[in-house]
Design a protein. Structure first.
Ligand SMILES: Nc1ncnc2c1ncn2[C@@H]1O[C@H](COP(=O)(O)OP(=O)(O)OP(=O)(O)O)[C@@H](O)[C@H]1O
Ligand SMILES: [Mg+2]
Length: 349
């Protein structure tokens, strides 16, 4: 947040003016993009938001940029002009803004908008969520327009995108994606132990309640510093109290954690699991026998494949956010919820 507000204040020469946020599911990428949008709006900037969905990002940005231009011509400024919710519900566009010969090029519209905003000492922030799911040609279109307007012509068009780490192996590995490769990076991950305790305790204190020390210690340990889990455990422990004025106890935390864990399985492990191939899943099944981690050699043996083969799948699964390397030649589930999801799948087979 600090880096970005500094970038907005400095201008297009600042390295963080074009930013790529990466992190596993539920680490707070969308939450962070929303804060960056608020920061820009507070500076009276325009904000155009887009996400992977049926409509192309280029088409959406072009039409929204046209809308910004129209707004400025009408003398209204500094408002958030659009948003695409996480459910993918778009804002309907006014028909008169669509040219009859189809939309003008994204580059032309962004250049015009950039010029207008530069004259007024303002700017526009372009955010793209779920960038890993945006079609490659579409990413290239947006990237090349921003490359020219922001980097070459130094217009106030800032760019912030969010993606799962698997983008390293897809869009970022594409030699034609130099714009993305040169975006500054913000990697979101697990919170430290003291940050985790603060994230759990502060909202409780802010709402005029307390959590007992042993309950806080257990809640923090249960979450493993995973931001989405922190939110779930905190919420459900709070809800578990029969007397809302009582302090949150160890019993409340344990009961809340059960509900939180099952939400993690559905909401975090589910989407990860659904993207995996049958062989990816067989690799995970082969890990279930071991706790807390597995040796790659054992997995290869169980799969009846060689070590080289197992290494290829290890790389794929790390990129997919399913596993991580625990030590040399050993892997573990990235989070407990995915192990639970894999166990369920084994039972269903
Ligand atoms: N720093 C934070 N402060 C408060 N809440 C947060 C923070 N980070 C994440 N959260 C909460 O955790 C949940 C997950 O965050 P978010 O949706 O931003 O994750 P994400 O990285 O975009 O996940 P996905 O890859 O699945 O889209 C949200 O409900 C969000 O409110
Ligand atoms: Mg998100």
């Amino acid at each position: 947040m600090e880096r970005f507000s500094d970038a907005l204040a400095t201008g297009p020469t600042h390295p963080d003016y074009t930013l790529l946020v990466t992190g596993d599911r539920g680490t707070g990428k969308t939450a962070l993009l929303n804060v960056l949008e608020d920061q820009a709006a507070d500076q009276n900037w325009m904000v155009i938001t887009a996400a992977a969905s049926a409509e192309s990002v280029s088409a959406r940005v072009a039409s929204e940029a046209r809308r910004c231009i129209e707004q400025m011509r009408k003398g209204r400024r500094g408002t958030r002009v659009s948003s695409v919710s996480m459910m993918g519900v778009g804002v309907s566009l006014e028909p008169d803004l669509r040219g009859s010969e189809g939309a003008p090029s994204l580059l032309a519209v962004l250049e015009e908008l950039g010029d207008l905003l530069a004259d007024r000492g303002s700017g526009v922030l372009l955010t793209v969520d779920e960038l890993h799911d945006v079609d490659r040609d579409d990413v290239r279109n947006v990237a090349s327009a921003v490359q020219i307007v922001t980097r070459r012509r130094q217009r106030p068009v800032a760019f912030a995108a969010a993606a799962l780490p698997l983008i390293e192996d897809t869009h970022l590995a594409d030699p034609n994606m130099t714009f993305l490769q040169r975006c500054a990076r913000a990697r979101l991950g697990l919170l430290e132990a003291d940050e985790t305790r603060r994230a759990l305790q502060q909202p409780i204190i802010d709402r005029g309640s307390v959590i007992k020390d042993d309950a806080l210690a257990e809640a923090a340990a249960l979450t493993l510093g995973y931001p989405y889990m922190i939110q779930l455990v905190g919420f459900h422990a709070w809800q578990m109290r029969e007397d809302p004025s009582a302090p949150i106890s160890l019993i409340n935390v344990r009961a809340g954690a059960v509900v939180a864990e099952s939400a993690m399985v559905d909401q975090i492990a589910g989407p990860t699991w659904n993207r995996l191939s049958p062989m990816d899943r067989r690799f995970l099944f082969a890990m279930l026998k071991d706790e807390p981690d597995s040796s790659l050699a054992d997995i290869a043996e169980r799969l009846e494949r060689n070590l080289q083969y197992a290494r290829t799948y290890r790389r794929r699964l790390i990129a997919a956010g399913a596993i991580s390397s625990s030590s040399k030649g050993r892997v573990r589930f990235r989070h407990h919820a995915l192990r639970v999801r894999a166990e369920t799948a084994v039972r269903e087979e």
